[in-house]
Design a protein around this ligand. Sequence first.
Ligand code: ASP
Length: 423
Amino acid sequence: MRSSPFGADPPRRTTGSRLCVGCEAAGVAVRRRTAEAGEPQLAGLGVRARHTGAAAEEDMMSTSSRWIRMSLAAGLALAAVTAAAQAPKLAPAPAKPSVMILATGGTIAGAQPKPGEAGYKAGSFSVESLIQGVPGMEKIAIVKGEQIASIGSQDMNDAVWIKLARRVNELQASPDVAGIVVTHGTDTMEETGYFLNLVVKGDKPVVLVGSMRPATAISADGPMNLYNATAVAVDPAARGRGVLAVLNDDIHYARESAKTNTTSLQTFHSPNRGLAGIVNFGKARFYSPPLPKHTSASAFAGAVPDALPKVFIVYAYANVGKEQVEAALAAGAQGIVLAGVGDGNATAPMIEALAAAAKKGVVVVRSSRVGSGTVARNVELDDDKLGFVAAMELNPPKARVLLQQALTKTKDVAAIQKYFEEY
Ligand code: ASP
């Protein structure tokens, strides 16, 4: 793994122990200043005593007058020490909150073979390198990092999700951590974010962050995104809002967010319900809290199962047939999500194949490939008759995430529909 992202600046040390070294250094400086403030006075008294006690005078000085002067000097010295002791003490610096950064890879940790070129390899830098590449992190939190995976998020899989979710849940229960940041590729960030939103138990902020430009790029967006995400993770106003995603100065609810552009820095949008807030140079401003159930209020929060149910997405387009549905059934689908045209529609052959699957006990959820809006029940299609679930606001990948969780509890279509209305 490479060790120097975000340009050639010398890395800054931001881990907890290093910050403590900094705290100690600050303590030493304060002690030194106190000592220096005292020492010159005491030394000065001695110097003055020696000056006023020049040899000729001193010879004439009686023993008693020397005692008086020594007592005076001692008295002044004592007064100085007492004054120093009574001086208002410097308040101890408030303890900084701790943030754990769980790294999974992505473009934020990506390296280009040649600077200035579009090509790069995601997940090339370690979490420590990412932390050290962001100036000023140590001012907002005691930051530590753990490497969960080093993949482009196009390779995200159940095993990494389960490992990540379990670690987030451990950290939720740990008194030592105030917030959790997850560095992640942008391709599947919305899925991971929504998955965590359902399975994480706890109110501490969990903030996903990525970047559109690799760490070695001209004007890389990763450092500011990571700085902002860390600031959001320690912001008390972020608590209890469910899983968040921070990119390009926007704070999204993971449930609402979607990647909408292949390359733009402003790729993430929350089309249906809008942003969770904004964050500028680490200062966050939050908007309305989310209404759908999440984290602590989620029926799926807590113990994360060892495996997730098999759910496939089939994609509708003009003249689409039943082949994708048949392939999903042959591969052992327990659930199928339709990325439908328009309001969750598809050709008659595809709908017939889906209805046949639903009759066999495979749970079918209708979503839309459109990118925003709601797929509600019984509008153009008779979901009651066909045995389908309507995805409501969830896009196909997110509908897949919720269907997987729902299938860990039930196969009942009405109960699963209720989940889609509440989550
Ligand atoms: N393919 C990359 C990933 O998702 C894209 C990115 O991170 O922006 O890991």
